[in-house]
Design a protein around this ligand. Sequence first.
Ligand code: NAD
Length: 477
Amino acid sequence: MSDFPTQLLINGQWLDGSGAKRLAIVNPATEETFAEVSSATADEIGQAAEAGQAAFESGWRDMPPGERTRLLRNLAKRIHENVETLAQLETRNVGKPIGDARWEADAGAKVFDYYAGAIGHLCGQTIPVARGGFDFTLRQPMGVIAAITPWNFPFLIACWKVAPALAAGNSVVLKPASLTPLTALMLGQLAQEAGLPDGVLQVVPGSGSEAGNALATHPLVRKIGFTGSTEVGATIMKLAADDIKRVSLELGGKSPNIVFADADWQRAAAESPMSVFANTGQDCCARSRMFIEQSVFDGFVDQFVAATESLKIGNPMDEATQVGPMVSAPQRELSESYIAGARDAGREIRTGGDRPNGGGFYLNPAVVTGVETEDRAWREEIFGPVVCLRPFTDETEMLREVNDTNFGLSGSVWSNDLSRALRVARQVESGVISINSHSSVHTEAPFGGFKRSGLGRDLGMSAMEACTEVKNIYVGE
Ligand code: NAD
């Protein structure tokens, strides 16, 4: 018996899934399998959808807002009290540095706190209509919402999906990524301890092709909140089409980091490595395309490489570690294929790109220069510790290159000329952009992408509103 849940949570019961294939849970730092988790079949997904609908209809939907607030605050408190347990589990499962894992678990508690408080602020409108009478809108919950989440920030993204959906009065069936289901299961356990009624939050690990597909096509599921790759996001949208299910999609990215010579570029050079190598580059917001103004390019690259080489890479349980292993062997091989492609094309690997000695799925962060705009490493989301830097001279041409991508999630602009920084920020085609900062995510503000980076927004009131339907009611005179 492990001291963390490994079964399916369906209607308040912990059950062994009947899926023949259990999910092997591997520690990326040691390559050891340390747990096995039940895998849900399509039948079990159906049971969860029905239990979610029953929980929705039998009380959660109509619960007084103050009571729902109280329960979600309890859950925030239980998460907060278990930050260390959650962080240890996440680090073992994902390989992320323990300090980052603690921050993410605590951020998950804050997400529940925020949406607990937001419940009293989800309002309709009164509308003066031409006919006279009285017209107003209600924001009503939808029913069962499916949350399908990726492996890179398993706990935090689960909280982003689950908290606004529950706060708005929906029930949720959460399917975590098959590589990393442990903290999602623990979220289910903490929700039970916090007093959430059975069936309001259910957690069903399983494969994307069986459990994910069954969830995305179940007739009782009214909305799919998905975070993952652009390819699977497009599949989800197709699966949702027949029933006109609502979807919100947070997908891939290839975000720019733009540094002008008038910026504090030394600071940008010192801070930028972690804007792409944090979470070992497995971050949808990774600023993996860097545009550096020509006049400071050489000096910037030297300082960027030095800052990269000073990063502490190693055992993620070590408090000082900044970059841990990648999540899996295939994910590392994928990154290595981009590095090999760049090398074969004669691009310069200024540092990294090799494996350190010893076990674990480690890969030293790679800094690549001399790339052309048609290179795969420049155009595609690598989702690993690889960054490409190019110089620019002309702002208009640079912006054309910045926007010459199908992605549009995040990015940064570094300049001490405020009007230039704002002008460029407005023209970058992305859902999120930071000036003189690498921060993309704020619980209170909308987060999501333009173009193939997604549809809809996580976080802020936008996410909660997107878990409701608007009903217009007219009262005649
Ligand atoms: P993925 O698309 O492979 O999987 C995401 C989830 O979808 C998993 O739970 C998976 O089991 C499920 N899934 C797979 N096939 C499915 C199907 N046919 N039907 C239903 N569900 C299915 O993504 P990943 O590899 O776990 O995560 C990495 C990707 O996620 C990257 O592209 C990254 O940029 C993106 N991401 C985006 C954000 C964001 O907020 N924009 C955040 C984190 C990660």
